[in-house]
Each structure stands twice: as structure tokens, then as C-alpha cells.
Design a protein around this ligand. Structure first.
Ligand code: SPV
Ligand code: MN
Length: 630
């Protein structure tokens, strides 16, 4: 250890904080800290260990600083982000690249030297007069081969508090790993604040990802998707590291689907924001491992997964007591910590969000300020009581449906991948891929979805989002697809791959499925994983038999499922599927120049099958007609 660095830190941290740091023996950590204390120049530094006392310090500081306000219910707080800071800022999120390093047009990059210079300027002295918080976390279960230690420097007590709720404690893990720790580093400053404690200099918002140094910089923003390093920032570092070490970081939920005779089959699922990912992870009767980010490794001939997080930063829009009983209970449990963000704070210290099954309050405070029904913004548009991307932050331990394997250091064996988007007219509600590569390409690499309020910009535009991971890629898109296709190599029991669509509409624009129907689809997929049910081979995949769905509808959601419904939902729409192939191929051609050949092979073969079916049966093929093709 460099003596000068140690002396500098001892002096800047003071005795008590330095004592905590000095239990960790990582020269790299000391150098990292010293370098950024010099640059950011905080008035003081707080090193947060894993103790309840230090966690309480962070929480109380958030209240003291005004970054969070207490609510009437014990343990509950509310945080607001600037009206201009309500989602991930894709435009100002850049991967830093060296000259000649190509990421392709889909990944927003910046020259590394330029970016580092820019961030040095933006961050120079940015913490002057403020306290720097040092938070340690472990991504993945402690003591597991999946686990990656991570450290966050931030001047936002809200960010630090969120991390304490969302991640496993990492201080002891840093001590355990010592000099060997290959840790991720996050440097964040919310910058100057407005009177309402929100980031003021949004025009200087920057998020730079430096893969070579395992550092992510984030400045002049508070929205968690831009600031909580262990979340979407760490994804970029993990995708890059995983691609070099032969494992994957996917934008996937992980859950246990409960089959017959106490059998549990673990599923991972990738869905773009606001496409039912959380509601899937929270399906009644099943168990949750994670709702957002999974690490996947090939171990002993199978694919195993962990949730690298331990909490939920969930969309609150529409959460209600009837459809989401577990979330509802977690959000109403006195004494348990919840941070609400960008919902309406009512005059009696409660919260209201759109879709909460309570009358709309007549007055409150939201992300825009004072709110009453009919409040208009500067452009004369009605201000909703809560933002569409308003969220809740809580620890997974609060959930009644937590899977017992959530902290299993070996992870869970993945029986199936599920890919879904927001698609009104093309995919059937559920189907299984013809094989591994077909599943990765025709489902994962072909996900399309309407844009949502989780990112800044216009909502409602159909966007291609391979594996729902496009926003988080740190390797070229083509290579990312290849890595996913190759992942089954050497695996003896590969996960089955399914495509789902919760948003299919009839020709006259009505949703064909109720919110609960997906419960049936998952039970069917679970049976498929074990070869317990047959399926019909169509041009796009294997679809369920009507006879298998009827008893599932009856036992799982207690309703009769008619043949008319089945035909309407599972008839294959040929022109729509052909157009989708055109769009997806076009998008891949425009997205990257390293598209692996397998993408074209798989989709062209699918096109041929669709055309053949169209010649035989016309534009729409009923499930029963496929039998005639076999
Ligand atoms: C998502 O948008 O995919 C989220 C929320 O999970 S954020 O943290 O903003 O990425
Ligand atoms: Mn996400």
C-alpha cells in the first residue's frame, strides 16, 4: 500500500471513518478513494459499513438533507426527482471508447480521452461543502462465484439509501476479498440542488461508462436509473466483463414456477420496461428471485442464475390491492422501509399514485410542486398526480413470495428463458421455440415494444429491443447476440426458450387476454419444460393444445376457456409475422455491421415456413390447421 495514499486518506477521513476503511486491505480501493476525494473535494467522508448503525445514519441523513421526506407510515419516505429527471437519460449516457474501437450505431459512445476530460471538469470540486458517502455492496449472493463487489461514492443520501435497500451488504465481502477484489466503482454527484432538493444543473447531466477502469461516472442527476451505480450502471460493466469471462448479465427477472408435486422450475424473463416484467415476477402462487437483472453462468452442464440485486425499484403506476396483493401489502406494512419516488404526497402524509384503488386526493405535492386535480403544466397539459415512471424502492425480504433460493450461492438452475414485448398484432400469447438458436433469434433478438415513460422522450413508438437489453449494452450488438447464441455450448440441459405476448389485440382493437391469463401460460411452460404436455408445431414455434389449456384455466384462474378464445389468440397472423421479420432484419442491418449470420438464417427459414403456410391456408392459420401440414 502506498504510504502517501494512506496518509492522505487518514487525514481526509478522520479517525473513525478511516478505522472502518482500514479493515479492508485493497490498495486499489485506497487509490480509487484518494483520487476521487481529490477531484470531488467533499467536506467530509462517511464510510458506511454493514452495521445497522451506519445504515440508519444514511437513512436519517436523507431526511435531514431533505432528499427524502418522512411519510405518516413509519419507515416510509418520499423522494422527488427534478421534472426534467424522471427517467434514464439515454442521450447523455455514453460508453467511453478508445480511437478505432467500434460499438456500432445503437450504442452511444464518446471518445474516452474527451469524456474523461469532460467529466473531470464537470466533477471538479462538485462535492465541496458536502459529505461523500462510501457504500459497499455485493452484486449476487455473498460468497458465491457469481458475486462481484462494488463500491459507490455519492453525495446523495437518497442514492445511498436506495442502495442499502436494493443490494446485499458488501463491506464484509470487501474485507474477505482483500487485495483480490475485482470490484466495480461508481462515482456519483447529484450536483447543485434546487430549493426542492432536486438536481439543478440538468444541462450538465453526464453518465460515462469507463469499461477499462471498471468505473461509471454520473453527475447532475438523481433518478435512480441514472445514479444507483449497482443497478443499470453495473449492468454495462457486467456485460463487458461477462463477455470476456464466458458468463452473461441479462436484463431478466428470475422466478420459480411451481409445477405438480411441489416441483419448482426456475424461469428467467426479459421484457422491456412497462411490458409486464414486474407483474410476471410477482405472479400469484409463484416465487420471486429477482425482477430486473440476472447473472447467468454455465455450471456443471446447466445454466444457473442469480439475482444480482436484493430489492425492487418497481413501477408503481397501476399497483392496486386486487391485482397486486403482495406489493400492496409490502407498501402498507408499518415499520418496513419503502422509498416512494415521484408519487403524490397528500396533506396527511400519505401517498397517492395513478391506479391506486383510492379516490384521487384533492390536494398534494408531486414532482412538479403543488398539485390539485386539473393542474396544468407550462405547456397547458394536465399534470398527473404521479409520474408514469413513479416508483417504489424496497428490500426483497418484504415480499411474501420470496423464493427460498434467493440467496443460494450456487444460484438456481434455469429451466426456461421467456422473452416478451408490447405487441398488439403479431406474436401469439405463448409459444416455445423450435430450438435454442431459434429462440434466441426469433424471440430474444426480435423483441419489439412500444416506448414507455421509463425513458425520456416520446412514448408509444414501436421499438426493436433485442433481449430488452439494448439500453445497457457495452459490447457491439452483433457480438452480444453471438455470445447469447453460443451460451448453450457445452450445456447438457439447456433452458427451453419461450416467447410471450400479453398485449395481443383482436382485429377490432380489444385486448384478447386478461391480466391473469399469463398465470396459465407459465404453468403450461413449466409442464413443457418437463415434457408433460404436447404442443403443435407452427411456422413460428410450438403452441399449446386447447385440451391442455382448458384444465389449466379451470384450476389456475377458475374460468372456462372457450375454443373461440383459443382460436382468436393462437391463430397465426401470417402478414404481420412476415412484416415483423422485415422490420427486425432491417433493424439489425441498420443497428450494427457485425450481425451474426445465424440471425439471417433463422429468420429467413421462418419466412419460408410462413410463406408455405400462407400458400396452403391463407393469411391466418388456425391451430388445428397445422396438423394438416405435418
Ligand atoms: C428499467 O427501465 O428497465 C428499470 C428502471 O428497471 S431503471 O432503473 O430506470 O432502469
Ligand atoms: Mn430494468
Amino acid at each position: 500500500m502506498d504510504e502517501n495514499v494512506a496518509r492522505f486518506l487518514a487525514q481526509r477521513l478522520g479517525e473513525e471513518q478511516y478505522a472502518k476503511l482500514s479493515r479492508i486491505s485493497s490498495g486499489e480501493l485506497y487509490e480509487f478513494l484518494a483520487r476521487f476525494i481529490k477531484l470531488l473535494d467533499p467536506a467530509s467522508v462517511f464510510v458506511c459499513d454493514d452495521s445497522a448503525r451506519d445504515v440508519a445514519y444514511i437513512r436519517e441523513k436523507a431526511l435531514r438533507d431533505g432528499e427524502e421526506q418522512p411519510l405518516a407510515m413509519e419507515g416510509h419516505t418520499i423522494h422527488f426527482d427534478s421534472p426534467l429527471d424522471q427517467g434514464r437519460d439515454k442521450e447523455h449516457t455514453n460508453i467511453l471508447v478508445d480511437p478505432g474501437e467500434e460499438m456500432g450505431p445503437q450504442i452511444s459512445t464518446r471518445d474516452r480521452t474527451e469524456g474523461l476530460k469532460d467529466i473531470q471538469e464537470v466533477m471538479d470540486g462538485i462535492m465541496r461543502g458536502r459529505e461523500m458517502l462510501v457504500v459497499f455492496a455485493t452484486l449476487g449472493p455473498n460468497g458465491s462465484e457469481f458475486a462481484i463487489p462494488a463500491v459507490q461514492l455519492t453525495d446523495s443520501s437518497y442514492v445511498a439509501h436506495s442502495e442499502k435497500l436494493l443490494y446485499r451488504p458488501g463491506y464484509e465481502e470487501f474485507i474477505r476479498q482483500g487485495e483480490g477484489a475485482q470490484f466495480f466503482r461508481f462515482v456519483h454527484s447529484e450536483g447543485e440542488l434546487t430549493e426542492s432538493h432536486t438536481s439543478k444543473n440538468i444541462d450538465k447531466r453526464r453518465i460515462y461508462i469507463d469499461l477499462k477502469d471498471d468505473i461509471v461516472y454520473s453527475a447532475n442527476t438523481q433518478y435512480a436509473g441514472n445514479t444507483v451505480g449497482m443497478k443499470k450502471m453495473a449492468m454495462r460493466l457486467a456485460i463487458y466483463r461477462g463477455s470476456q469471462q464466458g458468463w452473461l448479465c441479462e436484463h431478466m427477472l428470475v422466478m420459480g414456477i411451481h409445477g405438480p408435486d411441489d416441483r419448482v422450475t426456475y424461469f428467467t424473463g426479459a421484457f422491456p420496461s412497462m411490458c409486464g416484467k414486474t407483474s410476471t415476477a410477482m405472479l400469484e402462487g409463484e416465487t420471486i428471485v429477482g425482477d430486473d437483472i440476472a447473472y447467468l453462468r454455465r455450471i456443471g452442464g446447466v445454466v444457473r442464475a442469480v439475482n444480482c440485486e436484493h430489492g425492487m425499484f418497481g413501477i408503481i403506476l397501476g399497483v392496486n390491492s386486487k391485482d397486486d396483493p403482495i406489493q400492496w401489502k409490502a407498501l402498507h406494512a408499518p415499520g418496513h422501509e419503502v422509498i416512494f419516488s415521484n408519487v403524490l404526497k397528500t396533506d396527511d402524509g400519505d401517498v397517492y399514485w395513478e391506479g391506486k384503488d383510492e379516490p384521487v386526493p384533492s390536494h398534494g405535492i408531486n414532482f412538479q410542486g403543488e398539485w390539485t386535480p386539473g393542474t396544468l403544466d407550462k405547456n397547458g397539459k394536465p399534470v398527473p398526480p404521479s409520474h408514469a415512471n413513479a416508483r417504489f424502492t424496497l428490500g426483497l425480504d418484504m415480499l411474501d413470495n420470496l423464493d427460498p433460493n434467493v440467496d443460494n450461492p450456487a444460484g438456481v438452475e434455469v429451466g426456461a428463458y421467456v422473452y416478451g414485448g408490447r405487441d398488439s398484432d403479431t406474436w401469439v400469447p405463448v409459444e416455445e421455440s423450435l430450438d435454442w438458436a431459434h429462440g434466441i433469434v426469433a424471440f430474444g433478438a426480435s423483441i419489439e415494444s412500444e416506448t414507455t415513460a421509463a425513458t425520456l422522450g416520446k412514448a408509444g413508438v414501436r421499438q426493436h429491443n433485442p433481449m430488452s437489453n439494448l439500453d445497457f449494452l457495452s459490447i457491439p450488438l452483433g457480438r452480444y447476440l453471438q455470445v447469447n447464441v453460443d451460451f448453450a455450448e457445452g450445456v447438457v440441459r439447456a433452458p427451453r426458450i419461450f416467447g410471450v405476448n400479453y398485449f395481443l389485440k383482436s382485429r377490432d382493437g380489444k385486448f384478447l387476454n386478461g391480466k391473469n391469463d399469463k398465470k396459465v401460460w407459465y404453468k403450461w411452460m413449466e409442464l413443457r419444460c418437463h415434457g408433460d404436455v404436447d404442443a403443435i408445431r407452427t411456422a413460428t414455434g410450438w403452441i399449446p393444445l386447447y385440451e391442455d389449456l382448458v384444465p389449466l384455466f379451470r384450476t389456475v384462474i377458475g374460468r372456462e376457456y372457450s375454443h373461440e378464445e383459443y382460436d382468436a389468440e393462437f391463430s397465426l397472423r401470417i402478414p404481420e409475422n412476415l412484416s415483423k421479420i422485415d422490420r427486425v432484419i432491417e433493424s439489425w442491418k441498420n443497428s450494427t455491421n457485425d450481425t451474426p449470420a445465424v440471425l439471417f438464417t433463422v429468420l429467413e427459414a421462418q419466412r419460408e415456413r410462413l410463406l408455405q403456410a400462407q400458400r396452403a391456408f391463407g393469411d391466418e392459420v388456425k391451430p388445428s390447421q397445422w396438423k394438416d401440414m405435418a
